[in-house]
Design a protein around this ligand. Structure first.
Ligand SMILES: CC(C)(COP(=O)(O)OP(=O)(O)OC[C@H]1O[C@@H](n2cnc3c(N)ncnc32)[C@H](O)[C@@H]1OP(=O)(O)O)[C@@H](O)C(=O)NCCC(=O)NCCS
Length: 178
């Protein structure tokens, strides 16, 4: 059976080629792109397509990756959330990105809880799940707090930026959300 996760308002399934339009539309929006692109600027379709290919390729290489987040009521793909650990990354991350038209509804934390539950189940020896967050990204820090992550004090340098590592330990997370 194909992989599907369900929450109260959302369906999560592995990102697939048919999600390319929704992904490129999100990455063309300045508010979505601000902390997701190397220069903080919106991406044109060719640049976003290459980023999308990386997300699809992550599934092929690692066997896990970002889920397309589908709003049950509309059937629309409203973002991508899920586990992510490209080569050189400081740990297994849960990442999130939601189309700005759907911000503020709690979709990112709702999807992240389902994705993290799946990830801890899939990797029984995984001690923690991190998120790599720009210190200026207040929205992302709010999501991290809602899903039980705390700032660890560790830093990770990427795209010339010093990024904070947030994390939640397996046992603490399972006690609250498992
Ligand atoms: C971070 C992000 C995924 C949050 O998604 P979301 O589904 O809106 O999450 P929430 O509804 O829980 O909102 C999180 C915070 O965003 C802020 N926010 C909510 N609606 C907002 C809006 N319309 N405009 C600006 N900020 C808003 C609030 O501070 C909120 O925290 P609060 O609920 O404590 O007030 C989303 O803002 C996003 O996609 N940002 C761009 C991509 C990104 O930065 N990803 C993370 C990289 S580390």
């Amino acid at each position: 059976m194909s992989l599907r996760l369900e929450t109260e308002r959302l369906l999560l399934r592995p990102l697939a080629p048919e999600d390319v339009d929704a992904y490129c539309a999100m990455m063309a929006h300045p508010d979505a792109a601000r902390f997701l692109t190397p220069d903080g600027k919106p991406q044109d379709r060719p640049a976003a397509w290459r980023g999308f290919a990386t997300l699809i390729g992550h599934w092929a290489i690692r066997g896990y990756g970002m889920f397309a987040v589908v709003e049950k009521d509309s059937g629309d793909v409203v973002g991508r959330v899920g586990p992510w650990m490209p080569e050189g990354w400081p740990g297994l991350e849960c990442g999130w990105g939601i189309a700005p038209e759907r911000w503020g509804r709690g979709y990112a934390p709702e999807a992240a809880v389902a994705a993290i539950r799946w990830t801890f189940d899939r990797f029984p020896d995984l001690p923690r799940i991190i998120s790599v967050i720009d210190p200026r990204n207040e929205n992302s820090q709010a999501v991290a707090r809602k899903i039980g992550q705390e700032k660890t004090g560790e830093a990770f340098s990427f795209w010339g930026l010093s990024l904070d590592i947030w994390a939640v330990e397996r046992e603490a997370w399972l006690a609250r959300f498992g």
